[in-house]
Design a protein around this ligand. Structure first.
Ligand SMILES: Nc1ncnc2c1ncn2[C@@H]1O[C@H](COP(=O)(O)OP(=O)(O)OP(=O)(O)O)[C@@H](O)[C@H]1O
Length: 578
């Protein structure tokens, strides 16, 4: 949701409008103190001590004969300025570290979380009193210490949200499209955390103001300058003689804090009206099943060639869990190769190894992956990122989860195009329109303006295919691209992939467990089981005359437990050699 729309929603809420107006008045009055109050807040005239309101002194005089209006206004400067300083320190320390720890995890996350827990365990008031004793009675120094003490609240808030967002599929999709981490954080992560940060800022500002006033009230502040807390302290000492002295600083503190809390509530309500983000798909898979290794004697394909690929995950005890055990795979230009196997057989790990996007802890431990003849196993992240989007593209399984609900379709299609092709806004919009036409979306202009929740699943998948095609890649890796769609839309998406292959000479690695899709679309098939490729061949051969017992079991399962017919008849009119 855009900032403008959030602001309008806040102002439409009566409490939001009232609190915002109140805060504006307080801030304006405090900033305009020299204009509104003609007196110096420190100038005292003992003969006028405790004098009531008069023409030149509308709020009267305090116990030392100082103008109360001037002291409230100038005191507000010191009180709000101090709170602002504490807030700035807390934001600068808490937000970037929370972003980094949540997004990257690893040792920085552990170290930062440990430090934050330590700071949170410290009793804030005791630390503030001790700092005053050590660093002197300067209110600014106390506010800096306060900023450090409240920074953990921002860190924990931001880290928690970012750690969740990092797992969203649309963040994976942004990585796949080749965007840098900084761009992904700025675009997809900051938009999610900015709302909670605004709410937290309002609440922490209230706490900082109250704490600062509390310290001054206890006489722990600097004491030399006017602040609302110091005024309360003085009023309290004279409560019997002039109880009205407590009214003005009390009112200023109470109103400012109420306004901040109400504003935080209004911002939260405005943000909650935003459509909920889809939950992330969690992958699960059965345990490894052993199978024989097949070594391909075939020459390496020009587009994608995988030889002896082994993928492993580090276990907490330091040992490796191997999930892909030395596989061979080839995709030629203009060829659609199906990678089939049941859940957990290692299809996705293979695809992600080619994309250079193995999840944290996973790595290619052996083997070679060449794309257009260039070795990519062990490539640096920066070089892999350059390949993704341009040479390699990815179409994921769940179209809706891979689109960021906060941005229009147009904005999401234009971002990678502008980044990779360096196009300006207008050219990128034209390119986005052209891409939507390419994937046969009927009214591209209208679709560009829609948000993901306003389009169907089939259309979302077309949008993702359009995004994948934006930089005219050579190889498209599609992970179960039709699973989330109904049968009619599935057929349309498959026809679209076939057309792209025919018209553009696109190579496609189709990850699927659906043999119907394989029969419909693929030229060749590799069957995976337990992290190994057990059989590779043409679609006709694999579906018509499977050699491996596992492939036969897979085919039997499709035919409702009946034995596989021989030969298998693919849906598309293909020449079947029995
Ligand atoms: N992050 C991880 N850490 C450890 N093991 C993992 C991790 N991700 C996947 N695995 C293991 O890797 C193996 C292969 O998983 P993979 O996701 O490639 O299967 P798949 O064939 O794509 O299944 P699906 O169709 O369900 O996605 C599984 O045994 C799985 O438990």
């Amino acid at each position: 949701m855009s900032t403008g729309r959030t602001l309008r929603r806040v102002l439409r809420n009566p409490l939001g409008a009232l609190s915002a107006a109140l805060l504006l008045i307080v801030v304006a009055a405090v900033l305009l103190a020299p204009v509104i109050a003609s007196q110096d807040p420190g100038a005292s005239s003992l003969s006028q001590a405790f004098a009531g309101p008069s023409g030149g002194h509308p709020l009267g005089m305090d116990s030392a004969g100082r103008d109360i209006l001037a002291r409230v206004l100038y005191g507000g400067r010191n009180t709000l300025g101090g709170a602002l300083l504490a807030l700035a320190i807390a934001l600068v320390l808490g937000v970037p570290s929370g972003l980094f720890a949540g997004y990257r995890g690893g040792w920085f996350d552990s170290a930062a979380t440990w430090t934050v827990n330590l700071v949170m365990a410290l009793p804030a008031m005791v630390v503030l009193l001790a700092s005053r004793a050590i660093l002197g009675p300067d209110v600014h120094v106390l506010m800096i210490v306060l900023g450090v003490l409240v920074a953990p609240s921002f860190f924990r808030l931001v880290r928690g949200i970012v750690a969740n967002v990092r797992n969203e599929l649309y963040v994976d999709a942004a990585k796949v499209s080749g965007l840098s981490d900084a761009r992904i954080v700025a675009r997809h992560v900051l938009t999610v955390v900015r709302g909670p940060i605004i709410i937290q800022t309002a609440l922490v500002a209230g706490i900082a103001i109250a704490l600062q006033a509390g310290l001054e009230f206890l006489g722990v502040g600097s004491g030399s300058s006017a602040t609302w807390g110091a005024m309360l302290n003085e009023a309290f000492q004279n409560i019997q003689r002039a109880p009205r002295l407590i009214l003005w600083p009390g009112l200023a503190l109470g109103l400012t804090n109420c306004a901040l809390v109400l504003l935080a509530g209004a911002v939260r309500d405005a943000l909650e009206e935003q459509a909920p983000r889809p939950a992330r798909r969690r992958r699960t898979g059965p345990a490894e099943a052993p199978a024989p290794v097949t070594e391909s004697a075939a020459p390496r394909a020009g587009l994608l060639s995988v030889r002896g690929l082994t993928v492993a995950y580090a276990r907490p005890d330091g040992t490796d869990k191997e999930v892909v055990h030395g596989i061979d795979l080839d995709v030629r230009p203009g060829e659609i190769v199906g990678l089939v196997g049941e859940s957990g057989s290692g299809k996705t790990q293979t695809a992600f190894s080619v994309l250079g996007l193995l999840p944290e802890g996973g790595r290619v431990t052996r083997g070679s992956i060449t794309v257009n003849g260039r070795e990519t196993a062990g490539l640096r992240e920066r070089d892999h990122r350059a390949l993704r989007g341009r040479t390699l593209a990815y179409v994921p399984q769940e179209p809706m989860s891979n689109l960021d609900p906060a941005f229009t379709i147009g904005s999401q299609l234009m971002e990678p195009v502008r980044h990779h092709l360096g196009l300006g806004r207008k050219e990128a919009a034209e390119k986005a329109r052209e891409l939507l036409r390419l994937v046969e979306i009927p009214d591209p202009d209208r679709t560009l303006r829609l948000y993901p929740h306003e389009i169907s699943g089939g259309m979302a998948q077309r949008v993702l295919i359009a995004g994948a095609m934006s930089c005219d890649p050579d190889l498209l890796i599609a992970d179960e691209p039709t699973t989330a769609l109904d049968v009619r839309v599935q057929a349309e998406v498959l026809a679209l992939l076939r057309r792209l292959r025919d018209e553009r000479g696109l190579g496609v690695l189709l990850v699927t467990h659906n043999l119907g899709v394989v029969a419909d679309l693929c030229d060749r098939v590799a069957v995976m089981n337990g992290g190994r490729i057990v059989e590779t061949g043409s679609t006709e051969q694999i579906l018509g005359a499977p050699q491996d017992p596992y492939t036969r079991t897979l085919l039997d399962a499709v035919l409702d437990d009946a034995p596989a017919r021989a030969p298998w008849q693919p849906r598309e009119a293909r020449t079947v050699t029995a």
